[in-house]
Design a protein around this ligand. Structure first.
Ligand code: ZN
Length: 459
């Protein structure tokens, strides 16, 4: 039996904007019925303009504590590698309690701005000297707890991290918290899966930090472990983010990172490649045709000076994309989408790079692609208002000046390119209202926990 029914004036469905839609949501939070072009019935909750919530396909929660604190010059040639020193300092300060508080606040911010699911690429596993906690998955549990406190759907991706570089050098002192053998990694992955086994809105996948941090044999071992058990879960990997990484890959593996991965693994829709910034046209085509998703993190890639993803070429070959907040200096998906397009405009000196003849509106095109790619990247039924999907949705503020007097097919363009105000009034996650009238019920408490947790760290 449906738990609740909703009548929506204007809904963004998989096949476009549709008027007068009735949704039924069952007691597990799934859409159990969808009717179009109908009238409201007694007992329906009435909603105005509704769009599906987005998936954030890539986050490192603890980095939210250091947002804005790396914006000063260390040397005239600052790069990703000098940023990484500050990141390691924060990674080594965070306790399980701190991580839970920081992630809770971060996830609350994400929900308020339109993300209803997050994939946490979680690589800090142990105590600072590398000794495991008495419960090996302690920090994974902090992340799961945080998702429950804020009320976001979580895809936890415990990360395998083994070496300090392509040549197999042992981990540096500041990387000890991240390191695992394959056996210990599988234990953490298993423990974390047990910890959230009864919560269908969460799932646990696999993450391989990068080709420089995971040698070929352990990578095979982990993937084969799941293949043998016929377990199909998301597999995420950082790849080709930095030109230095590409050069080292060619030197050590004889191939570029994306080329090597595609040649050595059956990359398919189970995979999400994070960044994939530096590719040849041949790699771009092969990756697009593999069925994998690329997780693009525009504000982080800009912040770190990574480079620019070959978006148009990849989309032209049928590639799938999702967006991630990565370093969490920005938790607003509309800004990620805006910069995904703006980066392309700046280098090509053209406009509306992401639109095509299937969908002329750039905002609609980007939003629709990232809804689809987001669901693929986390292997969950989300990202669409359709039967069998989770009821993860956003109600826009129809009383805003920005949405007044505009045609329906411009709504997503306005949301992404036409305003710096939030137009997200209410957010439903997994069938439950988490944001009502711009407000989360536990907002003050969660914010205060974040402030306490970051006091010593930021000092
Ligand atoms: Zn990352």
């Amino acid at each position: 039996m449906p738990q609740q029914t909703y009548f929506i004036n204007n809904a963004f469905l998989s096949d476009g904007w549709t008027a007068n839609v009735r949704l039924s949501v069952d007691d597990k939070g799934f859409i159990s019925r969808l009717e179009k072009g109908v009238c409201a019935e007694r007992g329906d909750q009435k909603l105005g303009t509704v769009i599906p919530g987005l998936v954030n396909c890539h986050s490192h929660s603890f980095q939210r504590a250091m947002a804005g604190l790396t914006e000063y010059q260390n040397s005239p040639t600052d790069t990703f590698w000098s940023w990484r020193k500050t990141m390691y300092r924060f990674a080594n300060l965070v306790s399980p309690e701190d991580l839970q508080a920081i992630a809770s606040y971060l996830y609350l911010e994400m929900i308020k701005q339109g993300y209803t699911s997050v994939a946490e690429f979680h690589y800090v596993h142990h105590q600072p000297n590398g000794t495991p906690y008495s419960c090996a998955s302690q920090l994974s549990q902090s992340i799961i707890n945080a998702a429950n406190i804020a009320g976001i759907n979580l895809t936890l991706l415990p990360v395998l991290y083994m070496t300090a570089g392509f040549d197999g050098q042992p981990l540096l002192e500041e990387q000890k918290r991240f390191g695992n053998s394959v056996a210990r990694y599988l234990d953490i992955q298993n423990e974390a899966s047990q910890y959230c086994a009864n919560q269908h809105q969460h799932n646990v996948g696999i993450a391989l930090h990068s080709l420089r941090a995971v040698p070929a044999d352990p990578m095979n071992e982990v993937i084969n472990h799941f293949v043998k058990q016929s377990v199909s879960c998301p597999i995420h990997v950082h790849i080709a983010e930095q030109t230095q990484e590409v050069e080292q890959s060619i030197k050590s593996l004889g191939k570029r990172p994306v080329e090597w991965l595609l040649d050595n693994h059956a990359v398919d829709q189970q995979w999400c490649l994070i960044h994939a910034t530096h590719m040849t046209p041949e790699e771009t085509t092969a990756l697009a045709r593999s069925g994998a998703t690329v997780g693009i993190c525009p504000t982080t890639e800009a912040n770190l000076g990574d480079g620019l993803f070959p978006l148009r070429e990849y989309l032209d070959q049928g590639g799938h994309i999702a967006i991630g907040s990565d370093g969490n200096t920005c938790t607003n998906p509309m800004e990620e989408l805006r910069w995904l397009e703006y980066g392309q405009r700046l280098v090509t000196r053209t406009r509306n790079v992401s639109s095509d003849n299937t969908e002329l509106h750039t905002g609609t095109n980007l939003y629709g692609r990232c809804l689809d790619g987001g669901g693929r990247a986390i292997g969950q039924k989300t990202g669409a208002l359709k039967l069998g999907c989770r009821a993860d949705l956003i109600v826009l503020d129809d009383n805003s000046a920005d949405l007044a007097n505009i045609a329906t097919d411009s709504i997503l363009d306005v949301l992404i390119f036409g305003t710096s105000q939030s137009l997200i009034k209410d957010v439903m996650v997994n069938g439950i209202w988490k944001i009502t009238h711009y407000h989360h019920a536990d907002e003050e408490r969660i914010k205060n926990m974040f402030i306490s947790a970051t006091k010593a760290m930021r000092g």
